[in-house]
Design a protein around this ligand. Structure first.
Ligand SMILES: [Zn+2]
Length: 260
């Protein structure tokens, strides 16, 4: 289901890709001419009109996964507005992404683009968005924090309270540290990439932290007993996830266990 909406002055667009019939939602946010993540190239037909309506002047990217920056090259070439991304990722995005088939199918390609380094904050006519490091999902992941409003734009930093699969590069131990810092901000509203706008932001982050800390305790006990990450994952998170099969193991419970 495609839909647009408004939360105060934040415009959002919900798009939906499909992977073997499974719907994959993505939310693009535009506020005061600032776009937070571009959305995937596979959804260009609905995202581009949204960008044009939103009079985008600049783009902030939370990280370099193709669902978050798949239209960055198009935006640079056609809208001529600056795109900002963590400097550590500039070399990676200077070439077209080489993606496994399931990701290309779901999100489309990610063409090369030339970002600028992220500033400490984005000042728009009505808001100030601080850029805060939030490593975990990826090492250089950032979130945008609007202190006055209590808004946190989370990218893939928050993927649900009881998400049990992690991406292959994910460092869930670092996610725990990042969660603690983010909870300290006292966010009221989360603007998430895949679950939309969530009120009671702090409560969601706290529940996620509790989930991960409890799991980490169990993982450490079993590890001390000599079990491998694979065996621990089977013991603690026995339900096989379809995404693990589809992604040929890029997303798995074992990656979550390893990261903890
Ligand atoms: Zn991601």
């Amino acid at each position: 289901m495609i839909k647009t909406g408004l939360h105060e002055d934040v415009h959002y667009l919900r798009t939906e890709s499909r992977l073997l019939g499974i719907p994959l939602a993505f939310y693009v946010y535009a506020v005061d001419g600032l776009l937070v993540d571009t959305g995937p190239a596979s959804q260009r037909e609905v995202i581009i009109p949204f960008l044009e309506r939103s009079a985008i002047r600049e783009v902030a990217l939370t990280h370099a996964h193709e669902d978050h920056c798949g239209l960055a090259a198009w935006i640079q070439e056609n809208l001529g507005v600056p795109v900002y991304l963590h400097e550590a990722l500039h070399a990676e995005v200077a070439a077209d992404a080489r993606l496994p088939p399931y990701r290309r199918l779901a999100w489309g390609s990610r063409k090369a683009f030339r970002p600028r380094p992220l500033p400490p904050a984005f000042q728009t006519p009505s808001h100030r968005f601080e850029i805060l490091p939030a490593p975990g999902h990826t090492p250089d992941h950032v979130v945008l924090w609007e202190r006055e409003k209590g808004w946190l734009f989370t990218g893939d930093f928050f993927l649900g309270v009881s998400q049990v699969v992690a991406f292959q590069d994910e460092e869930s131990g670092r996610s725990i540290d990042s969660l603690k810092r983010m909870i300290g901000l006292g966010a009221d509203t989360l603007f998430t990439a895949h679950s939309g706008v969530l009120s009671e932001g702090r409560r969601h982050l706290t529940r996620r932290l509790e989930f991960l800390e409890e799991l980490r305790g169990k993982v450490q006990t079993l590890r001390a007993d000599g079990l491998s990450d694979r065996a621990i994952a089977r013991r603690l998170l026995p339900r096989r996830k379809l995404i693990t099969l589809i992604s040929l193991g890029e997303w798995s419970t074992r990656h979550l266990v390893r990261g903890l």
